[in-house]
Design a protein around this ligand. Structure first.
Ligand SMILES: C[S@@+](CC[C@H](N)C(=O)[O-])C[C@H]1O[C@@H](n2cnc3c(N)ncnc32)[C@H](O)[C@@H]1O
Length: 199
C-alpha cells in the first residue's frame, strides 16, 4: 500500500494557502488535480486547508484525485473517507476535532461530508499522458515523479502545463524542475517547489 498520511507536507499546504488561494478565489469553478493521491490523505488535507481559508468560495472547489492504484482499493477508501487512528495522528488537533468524527469501526475516524464531497477519485496512469481535464487552477503531484524516468517526467510535466489555466504546480521539496521546462514554469519562491505556469 502506498506510503502517505494526513498533513504530510505542511509547508506546501501553507504555500498554497499563502500564494494560490487568493488567485483561485476569483474563478467561478476551481478545478484541482491531485495526481498520485494514494488512498486520499493528501487531497483531503488540501481540501481541509482550502475549506479553512476560502470561506464560501470553497463551494466552487472540486479536487480530482487520481492514482494508478495497483491495489484497486483507493476509490472505495476515498469515497468512504474513513481512516485508522495512526493515519490521522498528525492532523492539527483543532482541525481533527472540526472535520473528523468517530466511525462505526473501533479506532477509525470519518471525514465530514462537506470535505468528502469536494474530492472525487479516478484511476489514472500519468504515463498515458492524458490530462483528466483542462482549465485547472492547481496540480499537486508529490512523491510520484521520482518513480519515473527523466524523459517520462518531462512529458508528464508538459501535460500538466497544458492542463493548467494560468495556474500552479506543487511538488515535493526534493523534486527539481527539469532545465528544459524553465520557459513553462517559474518558481513562486526560491527553494520552494511551487511553480506558476508561464508560456
Ligand atoms: C508515495 S505515494 C505518494 C502519495 C501522496 N502524493 C503523498 O505524497 O503522500 C506515490 C503514489 O504514486 C502512485 N503512482 C506511481 N506511478 C504512477 C503513475 N504512473 N500514474 C499515477 N500514479 C502513480 C502510486 O500508486 C502511489 O500511490
Amino acid at each position: 500500500m502506498a506510503f502517505t498520511y494526513f498533513f504530510r507536507d505542511m509547508q506546501t499546504l501553507e504555500m498554497i494557502r499563502d500564494y494560490v488561494i487568493s488567485e483561485m478565489r476569483s474563478s467561478r469553478y476551481i478545478h484541482i488535480w491531485d495526481a498520485g493521491c494514494a488512498m486520499g490523505p493528501e487531497p483531503y488535507s488540501l481540501a481541509i486547508v482550502l475549506r479553512e481559508n476560502m470561506g464560501m468560495t470553497f463551494r466552487n472547489v472540486k479536487i480530482h484525485a487520481t492514482d494508478i492504484d495497483s491495489s484497486n482499493l483507493f476509490g472505495d477508501i476515498i469515497k468512504k473517507g474513513i481512516y485508522p487512528r495512526e493515519q490521522v495522528q498528525r492532523i492539527p488537533k483543532d482541525l481533527f476535532e472540526k472535520y473528523f468524527s468517530p466511525a462505526d469501526e473501533p479506532d477509525h475516524f470519518i471525514i465530514s461530508e462537506e470535505i468528502r464531497n469536494c474530492v472525487s477519485f479516478t484511476k489514472h496512469d500519468l504515463l498515458d499522458l492524458k490530462p483528466i481535464r483542462s482549465g485547472l487552477s492547481l496540480i499537486m503531484c508529490k512523491n510520484v515523479l521520482l518513480h519515473l524516468k527523466a524523459e517520462e517526467r518531462v512529458e508528464v510535466l508538459k501535460m500538466f502545463h497544458d492542463a493548467l489555466d494560468n495556474g500552479y504546480f506543487a511538488t515535493e521539496q526534493t523534486q527539481k524542475m527539469p532545465e528544459q521546462l524553465s520557459d513553462k514554469f517559474e518558481p513562486v519562491l526560491a527553494n520552494a517547489q511551487l511553480y506558476r505556469k508561464i508560456g
